[in-house]
Ligand binder design. Structure first.
Ligand code: NAI
Length: 462
């Protein structure tokens, strides 16, 4: 029986980051992972592979739509799906092997297999039981299926199957206009599929800033995605090669059907805690199946902690990473904190969408006095040169103090641009602090500065 200071269960972004930080803090650490490779959903079947397909399909879009305008003439590239899959798999391999290297470098034991917790202080992997002063559950999440809809990962797929389809479908129906549906839907639309998104609510990406949602839907529609909003999917009947989706329009209860070669079910995810033995251990769970934790990620069972998608909060890799680092500090006897008010969210479509902090709708509802500074990428020289002038930056600041309360960007590199505002918010900055910071020209970042200027005396370029 081996003894550890910490055993982390799960090697996704929450788990592997946590294990590395624990080792860096001098704790004898092991990480349990049952997959063939480290990295969890994010590296193997989520964030990383989807970004490879988004990148490749965006390059195709550029070649088809913008190359000739720039004087780059000739036949547009055609899609070699097998090669694109090989490229994606290579990217996955590089990343997962990278984690394996980091584990070796930090002397972290990879306990191969699926772990369970037979009692506090013990982790069972296969037939072996290991002792650990601290156990950190970082088992992530899995797709939450719609009742009565059977997933075969061939014709009716989750995000996992959608990353490895045998061929590009002619017609794809996406159920759910959330992050997964729109990212993967836009990949296949750019690769030539007819993509129809069916969403229960009356808007796409619920919870996001309303103005961004409207612009986002318009830009995606321009790329060929069609939207059926306010429609509840009732059933999906599938054969080996086709599927029929039946939905009901909420406004008049009328039913309609649509045929598809592939149906992507992207209606949310739920915590994955199967097989851990949490019931027998007496770990408290919420009604939504999340592990309950206190402000320091401790469960009600002494020495057992939980982080990431398995607990409350946004299901985001970087939120899990932050919690992983913080809980490592906690078990090492240090102080730790995660600022849940400043967690960015990014949708990696083209253009990208990024947000942090409050939305205008939330501020209105809270009755808070605020001001809005908005700047369109149309006024940004770099964006114009790069055929990327769709979208805008919107900064929300307190009306009295000018302190930044939130920001919403739709446009080129939005997922990178947002971090300047995250840092500003962490430092309690005002919009004027951003506006007074020199921004290099010509960069997309100038649009952030202009939006900050728009919170005050006004932007220069609009
Ligand atoms: P989501 O919760 O973002 O969106 C699901 C959508 O499906 C909602 O708009 C919902 O109204 C709709 N829906 C539910 N039932 C329906 C029905 N019967 N008919 C029609 N529409 C229905 O879930 P998604 O996109 O599956 O993502 C899961 C999680 O993974 C999210 O928490 C997301 O933040 C995370 N994720 C984050 C990424 C990123 O940060 N770029 C990428 C991929 C996933």
């Amino acid at each position: 029986m081996s003894q550890y200071d910490v055993i982390v269960i799960g090697s996704g972004p929450g788990g592997y980051v946590c294990a590395i930080r624990c080792a860096q803090l001098g704790l004898k650490t092991a990480c349990v992972e049952g997959r063939e490779t480290l990295g969890g959903t994010c590296l193997n079947i989520g964030c990383i592979p989807s970004k490879a397909l988004l990148h490749a399909s965006h390059q195709l879009h550029e070649a088809e739509h913008n190359f000739a305008k720039m004087g780059l003439k000739g036949k547009s590239p055609s899609v070699d799906w097998k090669q694109m899959q090989a490229y994606k798999d290579d990217v996955i391999g590089q990343n997962t092997k990278g984690i394996e290297f980091l584990f070796k470098k930090n002397k972290i034991d990879w306990l191969k297999g699926w772990g369970s917790i037979p009692e506090a202080g013990k982790v069972k992997v296969g037939d072996e039981v290991h002792e650990a002063k601290n156990i950190i559950i970082a088992t992530g999440s899995e797709p939450s299926a719609l009742p009565g809809i059977e997933i075969d990962e061939k014709v009716v797929v989750t995000s996992e199957g959608a990353l490895s389809l045998p061929k590009i479908p002619k017609k794809m129906v996406v159920i759910g206009a959330g992050v997964i549906g729109l990212e993967l839907g836009s990949v296949y639309a750019r690769l030539g599929a007819e993509v129809q998104v069916i969403e229960f609510l009356d808007q796409i990406t619920p919870g996001m800033d309303g103005e961004v949602c409207k612009t986002f839907q318009r830009l995606l529609a321009k790329q060929g995605l069609s939207f059926t909003l306010g429609a509840a999917v009732q059933s999906v009947e599938a054969t080996k090669t086709k599927a029929k989706v039946t939905y009901k329009l909420r406004k008049d209860d009328s039913e309609a059907t649509v045929d598809a070669d592939v149906v992507l079910v992207a209606t949310g995810r739920k915590p994955y805690t199967d097989g851990l033995g949490l019931d027998a251990l007496g770990v408290e769970m919420s009604e939504r199946g999340q592990i309950k934790t206190d402000g320091h990620w401790a469960t009600n069972v002494k020495g057992v902690y939980a982080i990431g998608d398995a607990i409350a909060g946004p299901m985001l890799a970087h939120k899990a990473e932050d919690e992983g680092m913080a809980v490592a500090e906690v078990v090492a006897g240090k102080h730790a904190h995660v600022n849940y008010d400043v967690i960015p969210g990014v949708i990696y479509t083209h253009p990208e969408v990024a947000s942090v902090g409050q939305t205008e709708e939330a501020l209105k509802e809270a009755g808070r006095a605020y001001k809005v500074g908005k700047f369109s990428f149309m006024g940004n020289g770099r964006a114009k040169a790069n055929f990327a002038a769709d979208g805008f930056v919107k900064i929300l600041a307190d009306k009295e103090t000018d302190r930044i309360l939130g920001a919403h960007i739709i446009g080129p590199m939005a997922g990178d641009l947002i971090h300047e505002i995250c840092v500003a918010m962490e430092f309690g900055a005002s919009a004027q602090d951003l506006a007074l910071t020199c921004h290099a020209h010509p960069t997309y970042s100038e649009a952030v500065r202009e939006a900050a200027l728009a919170c005050g005396d006004g932007p220069i370029h609009s």
